[in-house]
Ligand binder design. Structure first.
Ligand SMILES: Cc1cc2nc3c(=O)[nH]c(=O)nc-3n(C[C@H](O)[C@H](O)[C@H](O)COP(=O)(O)OP(=O)(O)OC[C@H]3O[C@@H](n4cnc5c(N)ncnc54)[C@H](O)[C@@H]3O)c2cc1C
Length: 75
């Protein structure tokens, strides 16, 4: 049997975030999950295994979204 990837996103499930059938946390393009004030980036929010660069870039975008959301700024 080939190896399988799993996404241990129980924490997000407990918070009632929408989870893709493959296990990733569903977010918008800026990392906002379906529940308010919850953000996800990196492998937890990817359909496939990611990389350090992509995960870091997504984390940066999500951090920007947090900043926008708490300050109500739009850039
Ligand atoms: C063997 C291997 C080799 C790889 N080689 C490369 C490579 O050469 N180059 C490259 O770019 N990428 C590589 N990758 C992929 C890269 O490691 C990942 O894409 C990247 O680390 C994903 O970053 P992340 O922050 O999304 O997740 P992670 O780095 O997995 O960080 C998630 C963190 O959250 C913690 N965590 C999980 N659940 C909880 C919880 N409930 N509460 C608190 N903390 C929690 C985990 O312990 C972990 O520290 C490799 C991956 C593997 C497995």
């Amino acid at each position: 049997m080939p190896p399988r990837f799993t996404w241990p996103n129980l924490f997000a499930e407990h918070l009632d975030c929408d989870i893709h059938e493959n296990g990733r946390i569903i977010t918008d393009e800026l990392g906002r999950a379906s529940q308010r004030n919850i953000y996800a980036a990196g492998e937890g929010a990817q359909l496939a295994p990611s990389s350090l660069m992509i995960s870091a870039a997504e984390g940066n975008k999500a951090a920007g979204a947090v900043n926008m959301d708490i300050t109500d700024e739009r850039f």
